[in-house]
Design a protein around this ligand. Structure first.
Ligand SMILES: Cc1ncc(COP(=O)(O)O)c(C=O)c1O
Length: 330
């Protein structure tokens, strides 16, 4: 007997408007991006200097020449730099960092260049608050929602070539998310965190489709409570940790991945929080661009810490996280 997961009218896939456009499902986000780059075969792919290794991995063996562009203090693509450097038929990828999409100044700029293939990386974005702006959109529900796997490629420009990757007959990939799900009280973090880290390390560009279990969980999940919880948590952290917050501005219309802060002694603060059972993420330990060419981005990577504020948590968790963080930086 199959699992009786049934689709609801307003779900994660409808929120992302997957059915409205040509789309393909993959096992992870990097495989979705790899597939897109093979399809587009741009001579040059522009990546933000503040990117993760997975994105660079996705671009390998696609024939694209990788170039980097700077981002601003508020993690927006530097459109002046791009304007000077991009050429027709290039592809440019912009990341919705921590769930927030670029401002209209950037998206208006992108609209002016219809001879560029624009890619919006929504791997961190459950709901950026506005509609997708780029020609192509990448999702990584695995990263965002704890489903076992998944990467989605959406084209708002042209029909994607048909492709039907097989499903993965080895179900080991389900284990980390299952362990995490079963640990309702979160008292065995070390077990599932370890399993998840090993799984993340093993991730590669592979030719498997997203699993049916991940698809059906997305189709059966109402995003509204998840978005509201994330926004409420984020707002609370912003009130208590304004002195450390990386993103400023009162636009609380996006569903955050986490609450990024900048601290001088990143390692010490992370270790302090870890000892109290708070797992702050590091985005990202290594950047793929040259440190002397992109000083700001490398400094940011050295000082950043992402505090959890997703829908698993509530007000008392946020209060605890905020006061422990202030204690750690004092
Ligand atoms: C911004 C960004 N893009 C793309 C990816 C790749 O997604 P996945 O890990 O599902 O391959 C990640 C995650 O590592 C990411 O953080």
């Amino acid at each position: 007997m199959g699992l009786p997961l049934s689709e609801i009218p307003q779900n994660i896939l409808t929120l992302w408007q997957i059915q409205k456009y040509s789309h393909l499902f993959f096992a992870n986000g990097r495989s979705a991006l790899h597939h897109l780059l093979k399809f587009l075969s741009p001579k040059t792919l522009w990546l933000p200097a503040y990117s993760c290794a997975a994105i660079v991995e996705a671009a390998q063996n696609t024939g694209a020449l990788l170039r980097f562009f700077p981002i601003t203090e508020q993690l927006l693509p530097d459109s002046r730099y791009l304007k000077k450097n991009i050429k027709p038929k290039d592809a440019v990828l912009a990341i919705d960092y921590f769930g927030r999409n670029p401002n209209t100044e950037f998206t208006d700029f992108a609209k002016e260049y219809s001879d560029i293939d624009w890619i919006e990386d929504r791997a961190q974005a459950l709901s950026p608050g506005t509609a997708a702006w780029a020609d192509f959109v990448i999702y990584s529900p695995r990263k965002l929602l704890g489903v076992p796997d998944g990467g989605i490629l959406v084209s708002r420009k042209s029909e994607l070539p048909r492709s039907k990757p097989p499903f993965n007959l080895d179900a080991d990939f389900i284990k980390p998310s299952l362990l995490r799900y079963e640990d309702r009280e979160e008292t065995h973090n070390n077990i599932w965190h370890g399993a998840n880290t090993a799984y993340e390390k093993s991730l590669a560009v592979i030719d498997f489709t997203m699993s049916r279990i991940s698809h059906d969980i997305l189709a059966a999940t109402d995003p509204k409570p998840l978005i509201t919880a994330r926004q409420d948590n984020y707002r609370l952290l912003m009130q208590k940790l304004q002195n450390l917050a990386l993103l400023t501005g009162d636009d609380n219309n996006f569903a955050p991945l986490g609450f990024p802060i900048r601290v001088k002694n990143r390692k010490k603060v992370a270790a302090f929080l870890h000892a109290k059972g708070i797992f702050a993420a590091h985005h990202w330990p290594e950047l793929p661009c040259a440190p002397d060419a992109f000083v700001f981005e490398h400094e940011l990577a050295a000082n950043i810490l992402t505090l959890p504020c997703d829908h698993r948590y509530g007000k008392s968790d946020m209060e605890k996280i905020a006061s422990l963080t202030q204690e750690a930086v004092a």
